[in-house]
Design a protein around this ligand. Structure first.
Ligand SMILES: NC(=O)c1ccc[n+]([C@@H]2O[C@H](COP(=O)([O-])OP(=O)(O)OC[C@H]3O[C@@H](n4cnc5c(N)ncnc54)[C@H](O)[C@@H]3O)[C@@H](O)[C@H]2O)c1
Length: 317
């Protein structure tokens, strides 16, 4: 029986969706939602959840070990979603990435260990494997991060690995493709494109826009986490991936089509990132064995997504 659940990064994009999904799955559990509320978060995303008497919100930092320890007491399941998540920012100020993503995850794990949490899920990313032009990687692939964001996440994955071995902690790591959905702060490709166009601004494209990315819906991601909570093996790693990839330029084109604006007139090409992985290819064969499958495709979901941003522009002003 899962009596108490603790979720970090709960007021961010993925964290808010996951908190809702966890609540619908474990209706009788007490849930602590923990978030520092950075620029990427919005407390409004979880305001309906907070109406429930079983749910408590704690505004605090992952680096605040004492507070983590306090709220992790008697927890059965802890999920670490909090992170600095935007690659572009990591080229400018990478130290905050290492602080939150690496040291913050270490604080989280240590607090879980001290409080005897018996099931822990750490949300990582496909980017820890680095660029991959060959066959799809499985979870055994050696990590080869190429930017400060993915390096900070890979370092956290290594600490998870050490805690599983040294302390026999039950930490499951999840590495997903890019995720799309409502509530994403308008800094990443899809949300930024929609937001820019709705504000009559041009969208900037790194390099020639030929990089490719796999996109998974936040709902499919959350279902993957539920399967892992229910059936995942202690200490394992699970990839969550989409079947379809898109060229960056193609995604922006699809968005202009849905918003009925001219593609060429509304984009500007800018200098590429210092290093821009061409594609990340991972497979979810292991997760599929737990019964998970992808149900949503980006191109079919884009119209709904555009509509949500149209109605909710005010959230980002
Ligand atoms: N968005 C994607 O495409 C994607 C893909 C794969 C993996 N991930 C991983 O999923 C997780 C969530 O990503 P997201 O897109 O929801 O990010 P996000 O930036 O939207 O949200 C991050 C959340 O973490 C909180 N946070 C940041 N620093 C904190 C700190 N020091 N203490 C407490 N809370 C803090 C923020 O306030 C925010 O609510 C991250 O670990 C990211 O690496 C994201």
């Amino acid at each position: 029986m899962i009596k108490k659940i603790f979720i970090t990064g709960a007021a961010g994009f993925i964290g808010s969706h996951l908190s809702e999904r966890i609540f619908s799955e474990f209706k009788n559990s007490k849930i602590v939602l923990y978030d520092k509320i950075t620029y990427a978060a919005n407390i409004k995303y979880i305001k309906n959840l907070l109406l429930n008497k079983n749910i408590k919100f704690v505004k605090n930092d992952l680096l605040n070990f004492k507070t983590l320890e306090k709220y992790l007491s008697n927890t059965d399941l802890a999920i670490n979603v909090a992170a600095e998540s935007h690659v572009d920012n990591s080229f400018g100020n990478s130290l905050i990435f290492t602080k939150t993503n690496t040291l913050g995850t270490h604080c989280f794990l240590e607090a879980c260990r001290k409080q005897g949490v018996n099931k822990i899920i750490h949300v990582s990313t496909d980017e820890v494997y680095g660029e991959n032009l060959g066959k799809h990687y499985n979870e055994k692939q050696i990590l080869n991060p190429t930017n400060p964001y993915s390096a900070s996440k890979a370092a956290a994955d290594m600490i998870v690995n050490s805690y599983n071995h040294s302390y026999n902690l039950n930490v499951i790591t999840v590495r997903a493709n890019n995720i799309f959905g409502i509530r994403q702060f308008p800094e990443k490709l899809i949300s930024k494109s929609i937001y820019s166009f709705l504000n009559k601004k041009k969208m900037t494209i790194h390099g020639n826009g030929s990089s490719k990315r796999y996109y998974l819906s936040v709902e499919d991601f959350c279902e993957g986490i539920i399967k892992i909570i229910r059936k995942g093996k202690p200490g394992e790693i699970y990839n969550i991936s989409s079947e379809k990839y898109y060229k960056i330029l193609k995604i922006v084109k699809l968005i202009t089509k849905h918003l009925q604006i001219d593609f060429k007139k509304n984009i500007i090409f800018i200098k590429d990132r210092p290093f821009n992985d061409k594609i990340y290819k991972i497979n979810s064969d292991k997760l599929k064995k737990l019964g998970w499958k992808q149900t949503k495709q980006l191109d079919e979901e884009l119209p709904k997504l555009c509509e949500w941003y149209k109605k909710n522009l005010i959230l980002f002003k």
